[in-house]
Design a binder for this molecule. Structure first.
Ligand SMILES: [Fe+2]
Length: 240
């Protein structure tokens, strides 16, 4: 039954900005390996079919108790990196992981860029981007240089503050798991936002010049099921 469907990923397309160059970015959040609930090989195929240029993993790639060697994240990330550049920033599960000090090396050994706590200039599809990653405990780095300012920030509830301080063009977030149970288009509960959370799924123009994009996530959380809340991968065409 679709309401209790936990496996079929919903791909939601957005087109933002104005300009001649376009960059197609997929937001993959809260995979929580090995507790992902979607078919990850199908996700890889879909990334190719949808002509995605770059992937943003904005936290919680792995569950905090995951064994990095056997949880499946290495294989998935390696294959994703063979298709496109991948940028990762940490979430609460990485920060609290038993091998937290090994996560960055792990991510980079798979071929991904770890932007946790740093800002990296890149050129993708003819567009200059500055990609920065929020951290759990040390705040966010400042943007330096010219380009579209993209912040990977696991916690959407921090987005208003990020917008005021850092003035990013786009913030990519997760963590809310869509509110776990969705009724009348709203989530019921999200960690760090509580009951009837504000930022759970899709696009939020949160400040002048700053859009927040939130994924409902791909993996299971501590709740055993999701209701009316399928796994979710926003795909954003950024026009520059
Ligand atoms: Fe999280």
């Amino acid at each position: 039954m679709r309401l209790f469907e936990n496996k079929r990923v919903e791909y939601e397309e957005f087109s933002l900005g104005r300009g001649q160059c376009s960059v197609r970015a997929a937001l993959l959040c809260d995979l929580h390996f090995p507790r992902q609930c979607a078919d990850v090989s199908a996700i890889l195929k879909e990334m190719e079919c949808r002509d995605v240029d770059v992937a943003f993993i904005a936290g919680d790639l792995v569950w905090r108790r995951a064994d990095l060697g056997s949880c499946g994240a290495r294989e998935f990330l390696g294959e994703l990196c063979s298709l496109m550049p991948v940028f990762f920033s940490e979430g609460n599960h990485e920060a609290r992981h038993k091998d937290a000090d090994k996560i960055s090396d792990f991510v980079r050994s798979c071929g991904a860029h770890d932007v946790t706590g740093v800002c990296v200039p890149v050129r993708i599809g003819g567009a200059d981007l500055l990609i920065a990653g929020d951290t759990e405990k040390r705040g966010s780095p400042r943007f330096k240089g010219a380009g579209v300012k993209i912040l990977l920030a696991h916690h959407p509830e921090r987005a208003v503050s990020h917008a005021k301080i850092l003035c990013p063009d786009y913030i990519f977030s997760g963590h809310a798991h869509g509110g776990q149970f969705r009724i009348f288009g709203r989530g019921v509960y999200a960690p760090d936002q509580g009951l009837f959370p504000k930022y759970t799924s899709g696009l939020y123009p949160i400040a002048e010049g700053t859009d927040l994009i939130v994924s409902r996530g791909i993996g299971r959380s501590r709740f055993p099921f999701r209701f009316n809340d399928p796994p979710h991968i926003p795909i954003v065409t950024v026009l520059v």
